[in-house]
Write a protein that binds this ligand. Structure first.
Ligand SMILES: Cc1ncc(COP(=O)(O)O)c(C=O)c1O
Length: 389
């Protein structure tokens, strides 16, 4: 008989159907040469900048393949600190930075370090699909505050204030958001900072898409509340480097020292040749981000225009990022059924908005960071599918 598992497994279990099942099916169908268009995952259809690849190969050939410091090399941490200073105005050094394997790992480390069983952590609904499992990893209970369609997916700040209890430890937010693409305004960031200060809460600001915001900047809470903010970011989206797993956490020095202990337990350092390549990527960030930003903005506008007048769906124009929400309520079928039927009829994979929360239960999410011809073809197929309903 299998001995019992830790209570952790129920905290990280999927609720109901796996939202990614359709996505993996579409990936398998692409591999099998079928005529499908996957728009279900946020992975830009661009190549990693060549100098980054060249550096990784160079360092591999130079045998940079041994153990490294758990927090990452100081040169890389310093470059990330400089980029963060430049973007946000927050005064940080390498001691405020830990290099981790993707923003996802940063969220996970943050959740473990700032919450425990019995605590509550708050995030906005809709939220990135990994948040429920990740944020509850430390044992805390997730409390959702609506960022509803009626507020154009901006958070209900009165509801946020009401949601804070003596057990609340942290507010997790993403700006720009996945799936809505909303960038929090200065006033919203300020209101969240005031609440966090008043109740002595951590704020975890997930800024993986910040480089894709206009001018590569978002109102950022780190500069306003440096002792209580952890900023999470990565090279995944801005540099088309999702598979490299290069991310970081920026926060108070003491927290970074604790994070280093978690890294020591989990990874015992990340590959040196990847870190040296990441350093090149960070140094290239201005050009790399500008290129990805221009690509995403152009695709967003193309896709938005191509979907105008499609029967029974309403398209939400995002501020930034690589995702668009389509309101499918008027089709009379659930978003989950819409996604499956669209895939079966037309081979276009989109994600059921229910994967991101109740507020997007009538929406599907599409990633538009892909080839223009494919995007236009996908729009035509969606139009045909909607007309057939
Ligand atoms: C809001 C948000 N945070 C974090 C991540 C994870 O990014 P990474 O590839 O850096 O782990 C994603 C990926 O889609 C995301 O959308």
């Amino acid at each position: 008989m299998t001995p019992p598992f830790s209570p952790l497994v129920s905290r990280i279990a999927h609720e109901g159907a796996d939202p990614w099942a359709l996505h993996w099916r579409s990936r398998a169908d692409v591999a099998a040469g079928k005529d499908v268009i996957p728009l279900s995952v946020g992975d830009p259809d661009l190549n990693t900048p060549q100098p980054v690849i060249d550096k990784a190969i160079e360092r591999l050939r130079a045998n940079d393949t041994h153990y490294t410091e758990s927090a990452g090399r100081d040169s890389l941490r310093a470059a990330i600190a400089a980029a963060h200073r430049e973007r946000t105005g927050q005064s940080v050094t390498h001691e405020n930075v830990i290099f981790v394997n993707g923003a996802q790992a940063g969220l996970c480390v943050a959740a473990m370090l700032i919450s425990a069983p019995g605590d509550e952590v708050i995030t906005f609904d809709p939220m990135y699909a990994t948040y429920p499992a990740t944020l509850q990893l430390g044992g805390a209970t997730l409390v959702k505050v609506p960022a509803p369609a009626s507020l154009h997916f901006h958070p209900d700040l009165d509801a946020l204030a009401r949601a804070i209890t003596p057990r609340t430890r942290a507010i997790f937010l993403a700006t720009p958001s996945n799936p809505s693409g909303v960038i929090l305004t200065n006033a919203e960031v300020e209101a969240i900072a005031v609440l966090a200060e008043r109740h002595s809460l951590w704020v975890v600001s997930d800024e993986v898409y910040a480089g894709l915001a206009p001018n590569g900047r978002v109102p950022s809470i780190g500069a306003r509340l440096p002792e209580q903010t952890l900023t999470v970011a990565s090279l995944s989206k801005t540099h088309a480097m999702t598979g490299w797993r290069c991310g970081w956490l920026v926060g108070p020095k003491a927290l970074i020292q604790h994070a280093e202990m978690v890294a020591l337990c989990m990874t015992y350092g990340l590959p040196g040749f990847i870190q040296e390549a990441a350093l090149v990527a960070v140094q290239l960030r201005v050009q790399a981000e500008a290129a990805t930003r221009a690509f995403c903005q152009a695709r967003r506008d193309t896709f938005y225009a191509a979907l105008q007048g499609v029967a029974k769906i309403k398209v939400v124009l995002p501020d930034a990022g690589m995702f668009m929400l389509l309101d499918v309520r008027a089709t009379g079928i659930s978003a989950g059924d819409f996604a499956i039927r669209l895939y079966e009829a037309e081979g276009v994979s989109v994600l059921d908005g229910a994967a991101f929360g109740e507020q997007t239960a009538h929406f599907v999410r599409v990633c538009y960071a892909t080839d223009e011809a494919q995007l236009l073809e996908a729009a035509q197929r969606i139009r045909r599918f909607c007309a057939s309903l």
